[in-house]
Design a protein around this ligand. Structure first.
Ligand SMILES: Cc1ncc(COP(=O)(O)O)c(C=O)c1O
Length: 480
């Protein structure tokens, strides 16, 4: 007899893992039209639930299991103290409708986080509202638009964006009503400054630049670029997704950047969690604070209050943003202090350069100059041996390592974008190198083992297109 594994359909009528306490308020019968026959919830015991989620967690890779060198996304370890602090009842049990005088501690934490983020990146004021990097970009673009509109400078419709940018940059600029003009990269991986000069004019609203960029490189002309944009009347938006490379070393505000988002779920170690909830605060230079989203926490004497900036672009998030993320990022910053933050970036940059140095004989690094916190391999050499970057990524799973980002940035053929982060030990970096070197050998001698990978994982190659086209994300009870 074939034994069916216990996988998903665990529900049995009447089985339960939770008992609710007796109600201490009078029962009210909801109107008939609001009542349902069944909630269609799975009925399971506590141990079923625990086993189900434990099994699920073992089917996938996680930063808590092994290295997760996902370039551009900074999948760094989330220290457990962040979780402990965010679960303190005084934070976890708050309700967003509570009056400000009853949540002074929470507002103080938000105020201090705003101040610390402003200080770390050299900005005047910060909003914590946006829920992700992309949301921060939209916020920044709306601020840039409001700034020009207020000055009656409405002919500024174009946003310049380097071709190495993350797709969210053009997407959010378009959502904010701008036309996109792409800047090519030069042969050292910078935004091509000569091409940029040819694009400047009275129709330029601004520039969205990622620095360090998504090739893991510091733009060697950043100060000149910022000067040029300002001289032509535009504003500079810095995509701060790569801020992990420069904490305590360089402050975008000091370089002349006008607006920037921070990714708390990258640089400041809050969880990424399957698309959210993240947090993408936005900092602005002096003179732009009046446009920030409303409300913002401010301090009136010893009291923390909600205040609406004078020319606010409005509200971008329900309630006050993802508060649990603020607690975690605050804890992380306080735990490290100024010196610790600088050490994070120094270690992240060192780790990336170490990997690049050890791999560059066997893999072609697209721009072989000192990198920041990540670097990009061009997989064309391996492709000629019959092994695509996708295959290398799948083979890495056999070594228990999450693959780096693949096929991004789009300007690098067969791109493999490697970001080890500061939290990996030398042993774990060396393990990754050995796995990659073995894959380089296999590409030469036994490419089939790579093209048919993964071999050791519970699931083999998935039908990713099918999963996209026919997603099955909602549990419905099996028919009896
Ligand atoms: C360079 C860059 N910009 C923007 C984003 C968007 O950030 P988020 O995923 O938080 O929306 C990312 C992340 O994926 C990124 O790598």
């Amino acid at each position: 007899m074939a034994v069916e594994p216990l996988i998903f359909e665990l529900s049995k009528p009447g089985r339960r893992g939770v008992r609710f306490p007796q109600s201490d308020v009078p029962a009210v019968e909801p109107p008939a039209e609001m009542q349902r026959e069944s909630l269609m919830w799975p009925e399971v015991s506590e141990i079923d639930v625990i086993r189900h989620f434990t099994r699920m967690s073992q089917k996938n890779h996680a930063i808590d299991i092994a290295m997760y060198p996902l370039g551009s996304c900074t999948m760094k370890y989330n220290p457990k103290i962040n979780e402990a602090v965010s679960r303190l009842p005084g934070f976890a049990n708050l309700h967003p409708y509570q009056p400000a005088e009853t949540v002074q501690g929470a507002l103080e934490l938000m105020y201090e986080l705003q101040e610390m983020l402003a200080e770390i990146a050299g900005f005047h004021q910060v909003t914590l509202q946006p829920a992700a990097g992309a949301h921060g970009e939209l916020t920044g673009c709306l601020i840039i638009r409001a700034y020009h509109e207020e000055r009656g400078d409405t002919a500024r419709t174009k946003m310049l964006i380097p071709d190495s940018a993350h797709g969210t940059n053009p997407a959010t600029a378009v959502m904010a009503g701008f036309d996109i003009v792409s800047i090519p990269s030069d042969d050292r991986g910078n935004a091509d400054i000569e091409a940029l000069k040819g694009l400047l004019g009275p129709d330029i609203a601004g520039l969205m630049i990622t620095n360090p960029n998504t090739l893991g490189l510091w733009d060697e002309h950043i100060q000149e670029i910022i000067k040029l944009i300002h001289e032509c009347g535009g504003l500079v938006y810095n995509d701060g997704a790569n801020f992990n490379a420069i904490l305590g070393i360089a402050r975008p505000g000091d370089l002349g950047v006008d607006v920037m988002h921070y990714n708390l779920h990258k640089t400041f170690s809050t969880p990424h969690g399957g698309g959210g909830p993240g947090s993408g605060p936005v900092g602005v230079r002096e003179g732009l604070e009046a446009y920030l989203p409303a409300p913002r926490v401010e301090k009136d004497g010893d009291t923390y209050i909600w205040a609406d900036p004078a020319k606010s672009i409005g509200r971008l998030h329900s309630f006050n943003g993802n508060f649990g993320m603020f607690v975690r990022a605050y804890t992380y910053i306080r735990m490290h202090g100024a010196e610790g933050l600088r050490m994070i970036s120094e270690d992240a940059v060192l780790a990336a350069n170490y990997l690049m140095a050890r791999l560059q004989d066997r893999f072609d690094v697209q721009y072989p100059r000192t990198c920041m916190h990540e670097f990009v391999v061009n997989g064309t050499r391996q492709k000629k041996q019959g092994v695509k970057t996708l295959d290398i990524a799948k083979r890495l799973l056999d070594f228990g390592v999450h693959p780096p980002t693949t096929y991004f940035p789009l300007i690098v053929p067969e791109a493999l974008m490697i970001e080890p982060t500061e939290t990996e030990s030398k042993e774990s970096l060396d393990y990754f190198v050995e796995a990659m070197l073995q894959i380089a050998d296999e590409a030469e001698t036994n490419p089939e083992i790579i093209t048919s990978a993964p071999h050791n994982t519970e699931y083999k190659r998935l039908d990713e297109v099918g999963a996209n086209r026919n997603p099955n994300q909602v549990w419905t009870p099996a028919a009896d």
